[in-house]
Design a protein around this ligand. Structure first.
Ligand SMILES: *[C@@H]1O[C@H](CO)[C@@H](O)[C@H](O)[C@H]1NC(C)=O
Ligand SMILES: *[C@@H]1O[C@H](CO)[C@@H](O)[C@H](O)[C@H]1NC(C)=O
Ligand SMILES: *[C@@H]1O[C@H](CO)[C@@H](O)[C@H](O)[C@H]1NC(C)=O
Ligand SMILES: *[C@@H]1O[C@H](CO)[C@@H](O)[C@H](O)[C@H]1NC(C)=O
Length: 531
């Protein structure tokens, strides 16, 4: 057990008289596996850093040359043995090989919503076996294995006899980064993907552009970032950057879902796309400022068709996130051309109908490219007509209202993702990971069929007050709370046990060079070695 707090008074929002003690250490895996068994009187087996290897079992459907696993083996060798052992007592140990069996062929593809991630680990003194249906499941098992290995005071590496059967509770376990409020260097995104893999997240939701800046360098419309990025030379994501992010994610079994949010949140698009945004009026005259995308012009849809053709090809995932949140109607209301269009269409004063008109056309465009879509909850709230396989992303936090929204969305038969209680950009004094941890995504009124429509959720890190200086400590280990809620059995809710394992996981992150913040007082055997 790496050092952690002994006794902790709860500060912050939850004034519970709880004493959280150091976790037992015997099950120090985060997120907690579904079935975890340490045989009674089970022993431990030593590992030799110089001789240890990962191997493919003869019966495995994939073998050497499978890039996803070959590279994972290299990564995990480095993570397992950051230091060599001076007197290697384990050179003839039977635990110097982890044999991997993958039942289904396939190494070159991308993970998707339906990818299986289940795996089994049998660790005994005679043999160590990892079995999975897919390479993605094997990746999850490798991570778990890496968390089982520990070191004694003399520096010898061990793994305890353990049987694990594991699989995720939810298929969609996402994390959102916002690269518009502040530009995040590609390296920061890649590191985030690494830690996502350590905590078994499997979707990177890239909120790539928004009002403040447009860093996505479009091939079809290069003016968008040339005029909309904070700096068109240094604060952009080129095609090769985007491809690097997608491949880094793929190698870790992580999907990348891009979000180019419209028709609101688009101010940064304006300079590079003349005529795209709605001119706002003061009285009879244009005020010189701009509102949401102009939904009444055919040119708008020509533009979107071309842009989303590019985006659909660039991001291989079946799903695009199309945004659709927080559309401010004041500018549309002020514009006489829009008023005339509203009249012609018979929308009256109901600007939600105008928004629907826009979104429906956008959805048609994206469907024509063979893509599925995720939208923020307002699109559902405004009764836009959507394909039945649309995913509704619930984010509005106001006083527990999200449970009602989950009930409404699933009652209408749509699949849903939960983010409302998981805005990790919000911080407070004390242990605020507890709030995120104690959420139960299925705690709303509805039938079992409705509950089945909850495909998962996402932790969000909005960027108003976050850039590369504070991204990592603000995310980790707090996002881990969401990761465990989405991966582990619903009954895994013991705060004392969770505290011990999360503090331990955080120490492991420090050992892996990740600047994760502390949960509370204590220390780690290997502290962060920045500078
Ligand atoms: C392994 O077993 C030893 C001895 O029973 C125990 O002290 C230790 O906490 C266990 N470690 C892990 C990582 O399970
Ligand atoms: C560490 O090594 C010393 C000297 O060889 C030995 O006496 C001691 O038992 C070892 N400790 C452990 C935890 O293996
Ligand atoms: C826009 O397109 C519609 C349908 O294709 C067409 O009827 C209409 O005349 C066009 N409007 C303009 C201003 O081009
Ligand atoms: C979750 O845990 C409960 C209680 O241990 C168990 O009955 C249930 O089968 C578990 N669920 C899954 C999907 O394994």
């Amino acid at each position: 057990m790496t050092g952690a707090a002994a006794v902790l008074p709860m500060a912050g929002l939850l004034f519970l008289p709880l004493l959280l003690l150091v976790g037992s250490g015997s099950s120090g895996v985060w997120p907690r596996p579904q079935l975890f068994r340490v045989p009674q009187g089970g022993g431990q087996c030593s590992l030799s850093p110089s001789r240890f290897r990962f191997g493919y079992a003869g019966s495995s459907a994939v073998g050497p040359g499978c890039v996803v696993l070959d590279q994972a083996f290299q990564r995990y060798r480095r993570l397992l043995f950051p230091e060599l052992t001076e007197n290697d007592l384990a050179w003839d140990s039977l635990c110097n090989e982890l044999l991997v069996t993958v039942n289904m062929p396939g190494c070159d593809g991308f993970p998707d919503m339906h990818s299986k991630e289940n795996y089994k680990l049998d660790i005994s003194e005679e043999q160590m076996l990892l079995t999975a249906d897919t390479v993605w499941g094997a990746l999850r098992g490798l991570e778990t294995f890496s968390q089982l290995v520990w070191r004694d005071d003399n520096g010898t590496y061990y793994v305890n006899e353990t049987d694990i059967i594991d699989f995720p509770r939810f298929a969609h376990r996402g994390l959102l980064l916002d690269t518009s409020r502040h530009y995040l260097p590609v390296g920061a995104i890649l590191e985030t993907l690494d830690v996502m893999a350590y905590s078994k997240f499997n979707v990177f939701h890239w909120h790539i552009v928004d009002d403040p800046s447009f860093p996505y360098q479009s091939i079809a419309f290069p003016e968008l970032s040339r005029k909309g990025a904070y700096n068109p030379a240094t604060h952009v994501y080129t095609t090769s950057d985007v491809k690097m992010v997608i491949e880094h994610a793929r190698l870790r079994g992580i999907r990348v879902i891009s979000e180019l949010d419209t028709p609101g949140h688009t101010l940064s698009w304006g300079p590079g796309a003349p005529g795209l945004l709605t001119p706002c009026y003061t009285g009879p005259n244009p005020s010189g400022s701009y509102g949401p995308v102009n939904p009444i012009l055919n040119t708008t849809y020509q533009f979107m068709a071309k842009l989303f053709a590019e985006v659909s090809a660039m991001f291989p995932d079946f799903y695009l996130h199309l945004g659709g949140d927080e559309v401010d109607f004041t500018c549309w209301r002020s514009n006489p051309d829009i008023q005339a269009f509203m009249q012609k269409m018979g929308f009256g004063q109901d600007y939600a109908q105008l928004e629907s008109f826009y979104i429906q056309r956008l959805l048609d465009i994206v469907s024509a490219y063979g893509k599925g879509y995720v939208v923020w909850q307002e699109v559902f709230d405004n009764r836009v007509k959507m394909k039945p396989d649309t995913i509704i992303h619930v984010w509005k936090e106001n006083s527990g209202a999200y449970q009602k929204e989950m009930a409404r969305v699933t009652k209408a038969g749509y699949r849903t993702l939960l983010s409302a209680p998981w805005y990790l950009n919000h911080i407070s004094y004390g242990q605020d990971w507890l709030q995120a941890y104690q959420v139960e995504p299925l705690e709303f009124e509805g039938s079992p069929e409705q509950k089945n429509l909850v495909i998962g959720g996402e932790a969000c890190m909005w960027g108003e007050y976050v850039d590369v200086t504070n991204l990592t400590p603000r995310l980790w280990p707090r996002a881990g709370a969401v990761a465990e809620r989405l991966w582990s059995n619903a009954t895994v809710r013991d705060l004392q046990d969770a505290y011990g394992r999360l503090a331990d996981f955080r120490c492991k992150l420090l050992g892996r060079g990740i600047q994760a913040e502390p949960l509370f007082t204590g220390y780690c055997e290997h502290e962060y070695r920045g500078i």
